[in-house]
Design a protein around this ligand. Structure first.
Ligand code: MG
Length: 450
């Protein structure tokens, strides 16, 4: 069977592994598994027209009608799918990957990322000769306007607009030349926030900086916030604007796990309790912040679809990942970069400057190690570590997590690369470093002995 889906849809370098033949066959396979009307949207990459046309052609060839929503954030497509009678959504994006990449992401009819079951069915179909419909049964494609505006309106409807307007805030916004170029400026305008926008042109080669919102890539945003004394916040998205990362009013980059902890505590307080969902790899700072606010935390395997589905099952009010993927149950069960802006503005108004909120968190030190490991040995490394940690407090939600009195270690295989990862965390920097080195060495010993 062809393995198409990674942790986040199907991705590759355009005209190499991601080409029009693949996109055409994917379109047919999606249409065969999820027949009906399919909504399609893209980020701002150069190659989106080519990939979208091929996917659309495949969908129509098996009898699906296609609605083209334009270049909008992934969560705007997901909101459209959730609120309209369509059988699926397809997003043409490679998220934060470099501009030569593109990808195809499938959305279920409820607006969440395609379930593992649907992905498996699409992969199975992909390898078959998919029957085409008679000429008079082929689908049509029509452009639909307004999905981006509807998405912004839906966010606004959840927020305390009067309070935000009354505060007269200034922020600096970095659209990364990606899919948020229209929605995030519009959202801030409607909230009465003065936004100084950089990299606001939709330009799929990402001329401003690479489309992953890391500290290295957001130096211009951080400088612009420092140079703007009245700015209370810097905001950045990735290429398809499902993720949102923040810079405090002094221009300091705020790591995603700290944002997650701060917003979790704020939402739990507002909600007077509740459940927060996050993967095993996120910092323990979240347990401290959520516990103090009166809520509880559930841990899942790594990957935002896992977090979203756990939130649905357990009634989680908020969840997310350390990379800026934040999921708000009262809006929709997917990462939502626009909603994150709204909730962060409310959080600053309710709880004070972001810098002070970050300073009030328990400090933790995280050390991450990457070990080259052939795919065939990944399982062996896990077994070896398990065998050599008998009697310890362990968790197998994703890989192997070992709990110590003064910290934890997580050892897990990468799902997409020949890499084994070891994370260690402690309040004591030396302990985190020692734990990471110890388990990195153990993994290396196992790999070299094979
Ligand atoms: Mg993304």
């Amino acid at each position: 069977m062809t393995k198409l889906f990674g942790t986040n849809g199907v991705r590759g370098v355009v005209n190499q592994d991601m080409n029009s033949q693949l996109a055409l066959q994917m379109g047919k396979a999606i249409g065969a598994v999820m027949p009906g009307t399919v909504a399609i949207a893209t980020d701002t990459r150069y190659t989106c027209d080519m990939i979208r046309s091929a996917v659309s052609s495949g969908l129509m060839a098996v009898g699906c009608d296609v609605l083209y929503l334009g270049s909008i954030p992934t969560p705007a497509l997901q909101y459209y799918v959730k609120t309209h009678q369509v059988s699926a959504g397809v997003m043409i994006t490679a998220s934060h990957n470099p501009p030569e990449f593109n990808g195809i992401k499938v959305i279920d009819s409820d607006g969440t990322e395609a379930s593992a079951d649907h992905e498996k069915q699409i992969e199975d179909k992909y390898d078959e000769t998919i029957p085409l419909v008679a000429w008079e049964k082929t689908g049509s494609c029509r452009e639909v306007a307004g999905a981006a505006d509807d998405y912004v309106e839906a966010i606004i409807s959840k927020l305390d607009v009067e309070a935000i307007r009354a505060a007269g805030l200034t922020v600096v916004l970095d659209c990364t030349n990606g899919a948020s170029y229209y929605t995030s400026p519009l959202l801030l305008k409607k909230l009465g926030v003065r936004a100084i926008t950089i990299n606001g042109n939709p330009q799929g080669e990402f001329p401003g900086h690479p489309s992953e919102p890391t500290e290295d890539n957001l130096q211009d945003l951080m400088k612009m916030v420092r140079d703007t004394p009245e700015a209370v916040l810097g905001i950045a998205h990735d290429g398809d604007a499902d993720r949102c990362v923040f810079v405090d009013g002094e221009g300091n980059y705020v790591p995603g796990d700290k944002t997650l902890a701060i917003l979790s505590a704020s939402i739990i307080r507002q909600n007077k309790g509740g459940v927060i969902v996050t993967p095993v790899a996120t910092s323990s700072v979240i347990e401290d912040a959520v516990g103090e606010a009166g809520g509880s935390v559930i841990r899942t395997a790594v990957g935002s679809p896992k977090v979203a589905r756990k939130m649905m099952d357990e009634g989680g009010v908020f969840g997310g990942e350390e990379n800026g993927g934040l999921i708000f149950a009262d809006h929709q069960f997917c990462r939502d970069g626009g909603m994150a802006i709204g909730r962060m503005l409310e959080c600053i108004l309710a709880n004070g400057p972001l810098k002070d909120q970050v300073a009030a968190l328990t400090p933790y030190y995280t050390v991450k190690k990457k070990i080259v490991c052939p795919d065939r040995l990944k399982e062996e490394v896990l077994k070896f570590l398990d065998k050599n940690t008998e009697g310890m407090e362990k968790d197998f939600t994703d890989g192997l997590k070992i709990q110590f009195d003064n910290g934890w270690v997580l050892a897990r295989a990468s799902g997409t690369e020949p890499i084994f990862r070891v994370y260690a965390e402690s309040k004591d920097k030396a302990v985190a470093e020692e734990l990471a080195s110890k388990y990195e060495s153990m993994a290396k010993v196992c790999i070299s002995s094979m």
